[in-house]
Design a protein around this ligand. Structure first.
Ligand SMILES: Nc1ncnc2c1ncn2[C@@H]1O[C@H](COP(=O)(O)OP(=O)(O)OP(=O)(O)O)[C@@H](O)[C@H]1O
Length: 289
């Protein structure tokens, strides 16, 4: 747990979430995160607008995951303010915090499925936790979510240990979308996938983002995924966001990390691939076996 002193957004929570885009979906101002004497974030500012795919990049240990954890209310600011849907996340508790959580989905790096539950039960789990939905409705909703991520009903009874890496990601994504969130957090969404699976998963995220009008916050080291999906990229260095903007704008910034990250060999290759004519990627909804 990060060290907590005085987080402050300057005003009390209204108890109502602002989902209409009239305020940023996530708004971080003057954030400090500390672990003992280690300062991870220092006066960090970041605003994420409705509908964008905002990616956070930075060197190893620069605090990307901790920043995601701040947005999820899993870490506390030492100073500063983290608002999600207009509400101070560190002041939200109980039902209010649960209400906030119901409006976002999180895809963890390893998929993080419950190994003892079937595909169906994994996707159903957030709906069952609400304790308000009848089982017939859950059944239909689970099959719908599975279909959205390209998984047919024949996969419903499988256990996570029977699934390929790509299928695990799809099930985890279906679970993240179970409660029809407005905001989706992705932590290394394509880690561990081979290039073809990675490409089809990126296509899936892109089409769901468009169809569902999602706001997406992503951390990724994979430059192909980064360039293919991001509408804006926030660069974390020197304990704060040193630059934010679309890829082409960042390429013009004269900063050693940005130059090395975007215009190093890997960056150049990924940018060239992006500019090359699109190859025939499998349709996003194509079932995976
Ligand atoms: N619970 C914790 N206690 C103490 N220090 C922590 C804790 N969590 C993270 N840190 C430290 O905070 C810093 C940022 O960690 P974080 O995991 O956010 O980095 P990252 O940018 O995601 O790195 P990577 O790209 O390597 O995954 C690191 O120095 C890490 O050791």
């Amino acid at each position: 747990m990060s060290e907590t002193t005085s987080s402050s957004c300057g005003a009390e929570n209204s108890g109502k979430l602002t989902l209409d885009g009239s305020v940023p979906v996530v708004e971080i101002t003057g954030l400090w995160t500390k672990f003992g004497r280690t300062v991870v974030h220092q006066d960090l500012n970041l605003a994420i607008q409705r509908g964008e795919i905002l990616s956070i990049v930075g060197g190893s240990g620069t605090g990307k995951t901790v920043l995601l954890r701040q947005m999820l209310g899993l870490e506390h600011p030492a100073r500063g303010c983290v608002r999600v849907f207009g509400e101070d996340i560190s002041e939200a508790s109980g039902e209010h915090l649960q209400q906030l959580r119901n409006h976002w989905g999180m895809l963890f790096q390893q998929g993080a499925l419950y190994s003892a539950l079937t595909v169906f039960d994994n996707v159903a789990q957030p709906m069952r936790e609400l304790r308000a939905l009848p089982e017939e409705l859950i059944r239909d909703a689970v099959l719908l979510k599975m279909n959205m991520v390209g998984l047919g009903p024949e996969h419903a009874g499988k256990m996570p240990s029977d699934l390929s890496g790509g299928m695990i990601k799809r099930v985890a994504l279906a679970r993240a979308l179970a409660l029809e969130p407005k905001l989706l957090f992705l932590d290394e969404p394509t880690a561990g996938l081979d290039p073809d699976l990675s490409e089809s998963f990126v296509a899936l995220i892109r089409s769901l983002h468009r169809e569902l009008g999602l706001t997406v916050v992503m951390v990724t080291h994979d430059l192909d995924t980064l360039f293919a999906l991001s509408t804006r990229i926030a660069v974390l260095a020197e304990k704060h966001v040193i630059a934010i903007g679309p890829t082409q704008e960042l390429l013009r910034i004269d900063h050693p990390f940005i130059k090395q990250f975007f215009l190093g060999d890997r960056g150049k290759r990924a940018l060239e691939a992006l500019e090359a004519p699109a190859t025939a990627a499998p349709p996003a909804s194509q079932p995976e076996h």
